[in-house]
Design a binder for this molecule. Structure first.
Ligand code: PLP
Length: 446
């Protein structure tokens, strides 16, 4: 690699960064992350900080997971690539598909369709949902329903089901036939309801209402994150997903659980669906499947949905969809090793235990700082929503958000800012001491 002067000089000059204005990036060049060890990263200036972002909600095992690195190196040596399209397969993809169907057996998942990441997984789920209804000769079922505030990646399908204007407006017109219902977000909702259970019921009623208005026989699927991540860690009451499952069952609408963030332990359970014992019809996964060591994702398909495809005798059942990197052998080898470590280290249990400590720290910060309007958490995913005025709930402005995150960085912790939310999604190998460090840095920042 070229020297540090070259990197500093060219930072943000040739790259356009996702989710950023290019001019902003030139004016305020991003931090250059050079190294990672455990839950820590080191920047170009040689400063080491605790990574409370976990890369981007994905580096659950931290940066020094030797078994994953070794599995990648060994697979690169043996076979760096071969296609998973019709006619060929690779060893690691067979093994990982087996692992995934074992792992998510309680959710009823029976098949895996490999992708290159979360957006691909969502796109694949939406397409397979449409296809499912064509096979069942109900081709009018083309519409999708989703939650406002939901995040489902950036492909045209995913952007269409996204519930945040920031990810939609510049790319409209998006997919027609997509409708959104209010999220069970207790801090801000159109019902002025602060009781999470009552709010869950009101949002479920809104879903039922929308289905009646659209006509159930026009709707292919409803997609939701069991805990909404990028929208600001919105944690629905545990009754919400079962209510949604029941509504989808009654109207024969497929339920897609987007578990790109919540899969593999982040909430304290192995999946977000498992938090409330719901069996979706499809699940989308990515991120922690390799702990970020290789780009990979998958769309998982329930036994009942798979049966419809596999029993089809017409051309409708053939999957006319896939990626060059579907089932990439190096990615799948990384996945097999990452899942073995994830299970061995019981990171779900650590996420639950450290999550309780983090929750206490966040509640203390809310009690101490008027800038904090709301705190939300589940396991090791959390958000602090900052406001300039608690009574009006006016969101804190960009300048305030930057000052808080810069000050926290000075205090030794990398945070992520998303709108007026500070997002926390640290590696799941976090220690109690590191939770304390996060709390202290946030305190300094606020
Ligand atoms: N779905 C959810 C719930 C996500 O949080 C994300 C990314 O953060 C995606 C889909 C898209 O994943 P990717 O960025 O890997 O394409």
């Amino acid at each position: 690699m070229r020297d540090t002067n070259f990197l500093a000089e060219n930072n943000a000059k040739q790259i356009w960064h996702p989710m950023a204005h290019p001019a902003d990036m030139r004016a305020n060049p991003p931090r250059v992350v050079m190294e990672g060890q455990g839950a820590h990263v080191t920047d170009l200036e040689g400063r080491t900080v605790l990574d409370a972002v976990g890369g981007l909600w994905n580096v659950n095992l931290g940066y020094s997971c030797e078994p994953v690195k070794a599995a990648i190196a060994a697979q690169l040596d043996m076979l760096p690539y071969y296609s998973g399209f019709r006619g060929t397969s690779t060893g690691p993809s067979i093994e990982l598909a087996w692992e995934l169907t074992q792992w998510f057996e309680p959710e009823g998942m029976a098949r895996a369709f490999f992708t290159s990441g979360g957006s691909d997984s969502v796109e694949s789920a939406l397409r397979l949902a449409r296809q499912y209804w064509k096979i069942r000769r109900q081709g009018d079922r083309t519409k999708f329903l989703a939650l406002k505030k939901g995040y489902h990646g950036t492909h045209f399908g995913g952007a269409s089901v996204n519930g945040n204007a920031n990810f939609r407006r510049n790319y409209e017109p998006l997919l027609p036939g997509v409708y959104h219902i209010p999220a069970p977000y207790t801090y801000r909702n159109p019902f002025d309801e602060t009781d999470p259970q009552k709010l869950a019921r009101l949002c479920a009623n809104a879903l039922e209402d929308e289905i009646a208005f659209q006509g159930a026989d026009t709707i292919a699927a409803f997609i939701m994150e069991p805990v909404l991540g990028a929208g600001g860690v919105i944690v629905p009451h545990e009754s919400f997903m079962p209510l949604v499952r029941d509504i989808c069952d009654r109207h024969e609408i497929l339920l897609i659980a987007d578990e790109v963030v919540t899969g593999f332990g982040r909430t304290g359970a192995w999946s977000g669906s498992r938090l409330s014992n719901v069996k979706p019809d499809m699940m989308t996964i990515a991120k922690a499947i390799t702990s970020g060591y290789f780009p990979l994702g998958a769309t998982l398909i329930s036994g009942a949905v798979a049966e419809v495809f596999e029993a089809d005798k017409s051309s409708f059942g053939s999957i006319g969809h896939g990626y060059t990197y579907s089932g990439h052998p190096v990615g799948c080898a990384a996945g097999v090793a990452a899942l073995a470590e994830t299970r061995r280290l019981k990171v779900n249990e650590n996420a639950a235990a450290r999550g309780l400590e983090l929750a206490t720290a966040l509640e203390d910060l809310k009690a101490k700082h008027d800038l904090v309007g709301d705190v939300r958490y589940k396991g090791l995913m959390a958000a602090l929503e900052l406001v300039s005025d608690r009574s009006t709930k006016k969101p804190a402005d960009k300048g305030v958000m930057k000052r808080v995150s810069d000050a926290a960085y000075e205090a030794g912790v990398m945070l992520r800012v998303s709108g007026s939310n500070i997002i926390l999604s640290p590696p799941l190998i976090l220690t109690a001491e590191e939770v304390q460090t996060i709390g202290e840095a946030l305190d300094a920042g606020l």
